[in-house]
Design a protein around this ligand. Sequence first.
Ligand SMILES: Nc1ncnc2c1ncn2[C@@H]1O[C@H](COP(=O)(O)OP(=O)(O)OP(=O)(O)O)[C@@H](O)[C@H]1O
Ligand SMILES: [Mg+2]
Length: 251
Amino acid sequence: MGILEVKGVNKRFGGLQALGDVNLSVQENTVHAIIGPNGAGKSTLLNCLVGKLIPDSGSVSFDGQSVLGRSPFAINQMGISRVFQTPEIFSDLTVLENVMIPCFARRDGTFKLNGIRSVMSQNDMRAKAMAMLEDVNMADKATMHAAAMSRGDKRRLEMAMCLVQDPKMLLLDEPTAGMARADTNNTIDLLKEIKEKRNITIAIIEHDMHVVFSLAERITVLAQGTPLVEDTPENIKGHPKVQEAYLGGNH
Ligand SMILES: Nc1ncnc2c1ncn2[C@@H]1O[C@H](COP(=O)(O)OP(=O)(O)OP(=O)(O)O)[C@@H](O)[C@H]1O
Ligand SMILES: [Mg+2]
């Protein structure tokens, strides 16, 4: 049984079947990639996992509990943090303030530092947010305005905003979209470090096969809203159906 279990999920938008009988099992402490062409239903699936969309039928459970019927905030509090396809940051705040914001949103008003649960003071929030910025190599930009950040920095900032919540699972929707190769490689290294340092499960939606094959331990290929195949990167690379449907024979 995986930490995330999706069973028989369907989602229609009017006459369009965006997701058709999707099953997905993500094992704890692994990196699971979801790939597929534009419009395959990847973001729709992610939205169903975090309460932004409600599936028409099927079940989604995280850590043994159903997420269906819960608000995005409640699901976030269960331990799922998500980096959106379009960055969602507060442009008029500083980088550090952005990372402090999710600390305010903790339902129990507590956080964990060095294994001790304590009520979170402003100073504690600042210290924790700063530590996260160090983790994503942005400590030197803490006092700068978020609006002034490059695309790559905004992505890293979003990751820090997720990590400050001590998530059990991180969902990333195209974290390297529009990045130059150097920034993409930095993101790969960063995600590897995050994975090494924390007990965390990562699900990543990604078009860049270099990123997918650098990080993923399992890959699910979606095509027209239905999983075509789920397998190891090695098997996916050689899978004729995948080559035909998505990799175009060039990878
Ligand atoms: N809110 C919506 N209303 C109507 N149709 C939608 C809605 N959201 C998505 N769709 C449609 O559902 C299908 C799946 O979209 P989705 O965004 O999940 O694809 P995707 O795999 O994430 O694509 P991309 O790689 O371009 O991000 C597409 O045909 C899209 O146009
Ligand atoms: Mg998408």
